[in-house]
Design a protein around this ligand. Sequence first.
Ligand code: SF4
Length: 163
Amino acid sequence: MRKILISACLLGKKVRYDGGALSVDDQIVEQWRSEGRIVSVCPEVEAGMSIPRPPAEIFKGSGKGVLNGEVDVIENDGGKVTNEFLAGASIALNLCRKFDIDIAVLAEFSPSCGSTAIYDGSFSGKKVPGMGVTAALLREHGVHVFSQYEIAQANTALLATSS
Ligand code: SF4
């Protein structure tokens, strides 16, 4: 049974920077759950970051730039957390390798998990096209990353490759 990686906060786990959770009320996710397909991960918490923690954004760049050492992830008080974000991304990638996962559903807009858009690093709520660090690393290694707004597409991809 092919598995799928999902952001822990999307499964209702209170792991977000503010101690909250997101949730996806979707029958497809429930189906995945009942089939035992779901592997959950919060890259930031897995990397040792606390709950709650200061909000962080990628400063003038995206996850790809972080992977290339071109830009940093900073907290709103100016603290640099680039290494923690890189460590979290590696943990997520290792989970994909361990469970032979090539499909992920990650939480949009996060500096770790965002897959099409993220905040711009100004902490003003402005979003820009781009990926978080985990999404960028997973894609670099062939994982198909979807957001919580693309569950149906993720399911189509999953069933197309299911064994
Ligand atoms: Fe953790 Fe990703 Fe959810 Fe942020 S978006 S809380 S890093 S799982």
